[in-house]
Design a protein around this ligand. Structure first.
Ligand SMILES: [Zn+2]
Length: 217
């Protein structure tokens, strides 16, 4: 994940314009080329100004956020976001089957059927507070990995039975930005967001996540 304007201004993703303005003042002072002794001060200062020109204005911030949150789904620490509880993540039943069976062909057939009948893989019901503040979600998705024990060379391999590939699950972390519209469906390109485990890939190529807002607070 590349460095965002939020990182440059040293604020959380949920920071409001006032927080952004305050942090900008501090950062601009620290890296002002006339003051700072840092070798790269003028480059950093330019970046800080550029970041502030975008995030310090409601309209340009909105445009930036839309692009940023949809293209950088993977987060490292979910800065400032509420962690979404695992027990409220609802996986479509066929996604669960896919994770258990580990059979790609069967999974694909089921997936086609599912897309017709449900139209999403995962649904999340947000409380009003979660909706207002945004949530960080850690999903567990079916994945496959190249066998690092035998590389497919051992038919008695405990991990892959000699197939060279084993089925497992892996994590996908993503952020639902504050005030995401009710009933929004995120379509995530999993090819662009590989699992954190080396030599592993998600079984599905894309994932749809349906975000609902609950009536109670
Ligand atoms: Zn093996």
């Amino acid at each position: 994940m590349s460095v965002s304007y939020y990182d440059i201004l040293n604020v959380s993703y949920t920071a409001n314009i006032e927080d952004i303005k305050n942090s900008y003042r501090v950062m601009a002072k620290r890296y002002h080329p006339d003051i700072s002794s840092s070798e790269n001060a003028s480059t950093i200062f330019k970046l800080i100004v550029q970041a502030y020109q975008t995030l310090g204005n409601t309209e340009s911030k909105e445009v930036y956020d839309k692009k940023f949150f949809e293209s950088n789904l993977v987060f490292e620490d979910g800065r400032g976001y509420i962690k979404f509880p695992k027990k409220r993540i609802h996986y479509a039943s066929s996604l669960k089957n896919l994770a258990q069976s580990g059979m790609l062909a069967r999974g694909q057939a089921k997936r086609k059927h599912r897309l017709k009948s449900f139209g999403y893989d995962i649904s999340l019901s947000l409380t009003k507070t979660e909706h207002r503040r945004g949530v960080a979600v850690r999903l567990s998705l079916p994945a496959k990995g190249t066998c690092y024990v035998c590389y497919g060379m051992d038919q008695y391999c405990y991990l892959c039975d000699g197939l060279g590939i084993y089925s497992s699950t892996d994590d996908l972390d993503f952020l639902i930005p504050p005030n995401t519209p009710n009933n929004k469906i995120f379509d995530i390109d999993l090819r662009k967001h590989p699992p954190p485990t080396k030599f592993s890939y998600f079984t599905l190529s894309n994932l749809t996540v349906w975000v609902k807002v609950m009536d109670q607070p």
